[in-house]
Design a protein. Structure first.
Length: 692
């Protein structure tokens, strides 16, 4: 077996080496052809290769679905153009030296044009006109416009990618791939704009080379070989025209390939499939065309048989095409008996409270209408996938509906029937946030998701805002981003026991022992739900569910109260929690004076929802105010502060601070790993007694 694999690997390596060297060697050989004479047989072989390569390029251009699938085409145009010019030089050398340039050129000079110099020149000039005036000129203009529009649209496309990334429609890998595709598209059309000039120059060079061959051949025949004017003209003119035709046919194929590539719009299939499918989509048009062709046969003086054959064949083709898509309203299927609106099932469904609802004002309904270009539902689906990957839980489906009690441009987000957020997304407006918005005209507002300064601007100022450095967000992205923040903030509330059961069933497939031990320890589904909810409420992902289950199972042998189980799970994930809040490995911490911390631990009491500090209101207010002042000072200095205390005190202290400082995280001392450096930015001490 090893002896068989080794030669196979050696062959693959040799093929890869040959493939890497093939193109550079071919380019060098083309340059050498310009100065070294070639035998006529080699010239025949190279001319055949030139025609074959041009046909292959044309067929490839017709098969690609998107121009970027043939991204090497601009460089290929340059190489093929130089190759044809090298063949022209080699053929000219043989024609002038030996009055013979191989069988291929001689055949094109005698057989293709019937040995007539005049016919050959006319055919050659017609090919030049077709290539130079029609195809090359049009393809060059299309490439120029496409390059300009692609570069102009590049900032908007980049902004759209950022919006899709922020709203959850794309992940990081997909966003990077999309940005790379946008950059490659701009580079491709810019290169095609320049490559079209190669094709144009090739057509001009063909005219010049043919004229030089004609004059040079006459001069050589008359002055060096002492031929008569008629003999020299007949010999060298046919060879010159044959050389021109041999060069212009591949050049015409390359020009046609260029036009196909630059005019190719994105589609799901290749050019042939799209062309036939779109032309034959409507059989009514095919049948009418067939009748018109048949009617032309009736006109006196016109040949009847060709029009009747074409018309009859087209009519038979139209009869075999599928029926046209209906433009009117689709016929409603025979509906079954409508459900009774007063039945218990229907009443229960109508009165049920949805876990997560998105209510839209009248002017925002178009965001969920796919027929009008609305993509909000697709963005919400992507948001659910991203939240599942980020937090480790699957949020319930978002129930979107219109609400005429909202403002025209307003939307509201409800969690378990309670409105938790509201915002606006005016039609025809974009939200500009970040740098440079002070220089933009528009209505000042606040970012509905994060609360930062923002400004509503008209859609036509999108590019101006991008140049100013602002991030521009469309209406769908505004709603989706706001919804994503609400979901992350209320992830704990949205986690039901059914969701926990689904998560445990998934863990049981790969780690059955962890679930079995948890059940044997007496932990209920509600206890696990409480731990997961507590972690989600503090912004901690529960993706590592196996370690969480193992930690709470071990803790259940000594204590099963919610705070103890939560602290055990947090300690198990301590390193990841500390890394989440550390900045370059440094944790900016607010700590408690040891005496104060011991006093608070002694004042702990266990209630129905966990531990609480029972102390004088003035003392608690002093603690909260001191931490708030230190946290604000740290944030003003560009730091992200946290509070560090003992694990026993941590849940009660967080409950104390949450109402005033909901975004301030409280960490237990046991959660701090050794690779994180703790920088103390403030120490909370006891309140000094008032002077009498």
């Amino acid at each position: 077996m090893a002896a068989t694999i080794a030669p196979a690997r050696g062959e693959a390596r040799s093929f890869a080496t040959l493939q890497a060297l093939a193109v550079p060697l071919a380019v060098v050989a083309v340059v050498v052809m310009l100065v070294i004479p070639l035998p006529s047989f080699v010239l025949d072989l190279l001319i055949t290769i030139n025609i074959t390569a041009s046909v292959l390029v044309l067929l490839t251009a017709m098969q690609v679905r998107r121009p970027l699938e043939f991204s090497v085409f601009p460089t290929l145009i340059l190489v093929m153009t130089v190759f044809r010019l090298a063949l022209n030089v080699s053929a000219t050398r043989l024609v002038l030296l030996h009055a013979y340039a191989g069988v291929v050129i001689q055949s094109f000079g005698h057989f293709v044009v019937g040995g007539s110099i005049l016919v050959g020149l006319v055919v050659f000039l017609i090919l030049i006109v077709i290539q130079f005036v029609v195809i090359t000129n049009g393809a060059g203009r299309v490439a120029e416009v496409a390059a300009r529009f692609t570069l102009d649209a590049m900032p908007g496309k980049q902004i759209a990618v950022d919006q899709d990334l922020n709203s959850g429609l794309l992940n990081q890998e997909q966003a990077r791939a999309r940005r790379r595709e946008i950059a490659d598209e701009a580079d491709f059309y810019g290169a095609m704009d320049g490559a079209s000039k190669f094709v144009r120059g090739d057509a001009i060079a063909a005219i010049v080379i043919t004229a030089v061959n004609l004059l040079g051949g006459l001069a050589v025949g008359i002055l060096q070989h002492h031929d008569s004017v008629s003999v020299a003209g007949n010999t060298y003119s046919l060879l010159s025209v044959g050389d021109g035709l041999v060069s212009q046919i591949p050049a015409l194929l390359m020009s046609l390939s260029t036009g196909i590539v630059v005019t190719r719009a994105a589609g799901e299939d290749d050019l042939s499939t799209n062309l036939v499918g779109q032309l034959s989509r409507y059989r009514r048009g095919v049948r009418v065309t067939a009748l018109v062709m048949a009617a032309l046969a009736i006109i006196p003086g016109l040949p009847k048989i060709p029009f009747l054959i074409v018309g009859g064949g087209l009519f038979l083709l139209g009869a075999r095409l599928p029926a046209e898509p209906s433009t009117g309203e689709a016929a409603e299927p025979a509906a079954s008996e409508p459900p009774n609106a007063d039945s218990p099932a229907q009443l229960a469904q109508q009165t049920a409270v949805m876990p997560l609802e998105l209510e839209l004002g009248t002017d925002l309904v178009d965001l969920v209408d796919r027929a009008r270009g609305g993509d909000l539902l697709e963005r919400v689906k992507a948001l659910r996938r991203n939240v599942a990957r980020e937090l480790g839980v699957v949020i319930p489906p978002v129930h979107a509906r219109d609400n005429d009690r909202l403002g025209l441009n307003e939307y509201a987000i409800r969690v378990h029937g309670v409105e938790v957020a509201r915002g606006t997304a005016p039609r025809g407006q974009l939200l500009a946030v970040g740098k440079g918005i002070e220089h933009l005209p528009g209505e000042e507002t606040r970012d509905p998701a994060f609360g930062g300064p923002a400004k509503w601007i008209p859609i036509d100022l999108r590019y101006r805002a991008a140049v100013a450095g602002a991030t521009v967000v469309d209406r769908s992205a505004i709603v989706t981003t706001h919804l994503s923040e609400v979901v992350r903030r209320h992830a704990g509330e949205l986690l039901s026991r059914q969701d926990v059961r689904i998560l445990l069933d998934a863990v049981k497939q790969d780690h059955p022992v962890a679930v079995e031990e948890m059940t044997a320890s007496g932990l209920s589904l509600g206890a696990v739900q409480g731990v997961l909810r507590g972690m989600l409420e503090e912004g901690i992902a529960v993706r590592d569910l196996v370690r969480i289950l193992e930690a709470v199972t071990d803790q259940a042998s000594s204590a099963k109260d919610p705070d103890s189980l939560l602290e055990a799970a947090r300690i198990a994930l301590g390193p990841s929690i500390a890394d989440l809040h550390a900045n370059d490995g440094v944790l900016s911490a607010i700590t408690l004076d040891p005496g104060l911390e011991q006093q608070l631990v002694s004042a702990l009491q266990l209630g129905e929802r966990g531990r609480f500090v029972v102390a004088a209101p003035d003392e608690l207010e002093h603690i909260v105010a001191s931490i708030e002042t230190m946290a604000q000072a740290a944030e003003a200095a560009g730091k992200a502060p946290v509070v560090i205390c003992s694990g026993r005190l941590r849940p009660a202290l967080r409950r104390l601070l949450h109402s005033r400082l909901p975004r301030l995280d409280v960490l237990g001392a046991a959660e701090i790993s050794s690779h994180v450096l703790v920088e103390t930015i403030g120490v909370v001490r006891r309140a000094q007694p008032a002077a009498v």
